[in-house]
Design a protein around this ligand. Structure first.
Ligand code: GAR
Length: 214
């Protein structure tokens, strides 16, 4: 059984999607939030998943917070740490500690639109295609090796909320998929660092274009 710790900051809908996926061979060992009011804590607790808060406001520095967070994570000896809407920038020391077993989801087709306000940036840029990316975390923000992406159209009349909702629906598809691949031991790295998915010869792995809604 592969043990997974999920980190959240708020609503936790991606965490919820991963929990609901009931991935064979995976056990959600804990959900940890950096905010006591993170909405997702309630869902996790109601599914009998141990929940913890490591409140970043209680620590004098990023280093001190990340050290406390790492202690909370390591108490569960996880095989995989999943950032699911975890909105703190992590120190290099933290990221390196979990190298190769730290995943993040980002609401854009990286490398386009790293950072915050991705849907607004996509609308301002006038792109016709937007989406979401699951990637391994490396010290450079939003730059790690890409595991899977989903693309959605930007439609006439879209505002940030509509576009965010369309992207979020795809996040809920691709994050459980990426975790499933990790748990099954199917993710590897090609020369040059790109992620490979073993055993996906029959179709394209690592990307998905959903049907356009009416
Ligand atoms: C998601 O859209 C996720 O991609 C984004 O925050 C939202 C969290 O929603 N993450 C980032 O922007 C990371 N930089 P959730 O709490 O409902 O999963």
């Amino acid at each position: 059984m592969k043990k997974i710790v999920i980190l959240i900051s708020g609503r936790g809908s991606n965490m919820e999607a991963i929990v609901r996926a009931q991935i064979p061979g995976a056990a959600i060992a804990a959900v940890i939030a950096n905010r006591p009011d993170a909405g997702g804590l309630e869902f996790a607790a109601s599914h009998r998943i141990p929940t913890f808060v490591v409140d970043h406001k209680a620590y004098p520095s990023r280093d001190a917070f990340d050290a406390a967070l790492a202690d909370a994570i390591d108490a569960h000896a996880p095989d995989l740490v999943v950032l699911a809407g975890f909105m703190r920038v992590l120190t290099d020391a933290f990221v390196v500690r979990y190298s190769g077993r730290l995943l993040n989801i980002h609401p854009s087709l990286l490398p386009s639109f790293p950072g915050l306000a991705t849907h607004r940036k996509a609308l301002e840029a006038g792109v016709r295609v937007h989406g979401a990316t699951v990637h391994f975390v490396t010290p450079a923000l939003d730059c790690g090796p890409i595991v899977i992406q989903a693309a959605v159209p930007v439609l006439p009349g879209d505002d940030e909320a509509r576009l965010a909702a369309r992207v979020l629906a795809q996040e809920h598809r691709i994050y459980p998929q990426a975790v499933r691949w990790f748990v099954d031991g199917r993710l590897g790295f090609a020369d040059g660092g790109a992620v490979t998915v073993r055993g996906e010869q029959d179709g394209p792995a690592g990307w998905t274009v959903p049907p356009v809604e009416a």
